[in-house]
Design a protein around this ligand. Sequence first.
Ligand code: GLN
Length: 409
Amino acid sequence: RLKEGRALAEDVWSIYNVANLPADCINLGQGYMNFAPPKWVTEAANEALQGVAENHYSHPKGRMRLRQAIKNHYSPKFNRDLDVESEILVTSGANEGQYSVFVAFLEQGDEVIMFEPFFDQYLPSVTFNGGKPVYVPLHPPSGDSKKPTSNEWTIDLAELRRAITTRTKMIIVNTPHNPVGKVFTRQELEGIAALAEEFNLIVMSDEVYDCLTYDGKEHLRIANLPGMWDRTVTVGSAGKAFAATGWRVGWLIGPPSIIRPTLAATTRIVFCTNSPLQEAAAAGLEQAEQRGYFKTQIAEYTERRQILTEAFDKLGLTYTLPEGSYFILLDISNVKFPEDYPFPKSVLGRGRDFRACWFIALEIGVSSIPVSEFYCEEHANIGEAYARFAFCKDTDTLAKAAERLQKLK
Ligand code: GLN
């Protein structure tokens, strides 16, 4: 049933997996940390493993302790008293939550609009469920911008309007954005919201990096705009919040009209999310505020970001300074490599950026992710200009990577 093409191809995370790269290559590719979650969170996981109920099935909606912790953490952020029974759903990672929304809502041929570049999973998750992705560009910064920031990647609301048809069911918003690091502005979100209202669309707002915005930039939630709560489902992730990407614990927050069908889908896909790590994620959310955890985390990530940006500045290469998330897009269009390099087959059939990233990983010793993967096949050439470097690593590792990258000169 699955058609040849991007959806069936080996995904970028498998190709650039550490297993395929030399052991001493510094991994700034797939976005996960090289440090453990905070002690007080892993201790809660250990404790949960000693229990009885904590080792067995949870309610498909999620464990009550976690739903309660999500309610307490997010109610003030959504300016409403979230209902743990009908407005919160724990999922096996943000990805499975999003997939379940597609299962619940997409009918054959329904169109889903996404801003391009987009987090790569959206594409197959939509097509596997009979949906048709429709792409609206995030326009890259103009060539004369020497020090672009992520807010110079812009949307054109007239283009968004033109992309809407009678088959459009949903718009995916991703803020802070992967891979660009863009934090959508109020004006942009209002423009998207107005069109969602006018054409009666569901908005899936992927906000898994909501705890990571820099330089005082405020994360805004489209669900909070007038009239938007009833048509928006917001996606969150314990992996990003607590440096625990392998836990696969995420959540959806939205109106009962969206959560109820999505609960039916997730119940059939995974039945429930792993129980002990839900307890630990709950402990994380319960204690984060009082420990000043998210504030400290932003300060740490700001320092991490700076190590890489200074390295790119020294090289004189153009990059996008991210206002959120933990990725930096580096313009690699002028980075040279021998075309007769012994590239593996998985890399050869793809864009120039796949070869550039492979060469940089093997010869410079730092891995990154080729950005054409975040574009559909027709527009992949735009992404070929960039490599994405993740800075969710400790400062020593980043400093070592920064040093190695100077060989790109
Ligand atoms: N969110 C991670 C990243 O962008 C990847 C998640 C995944 O591998 N599916 O690096």
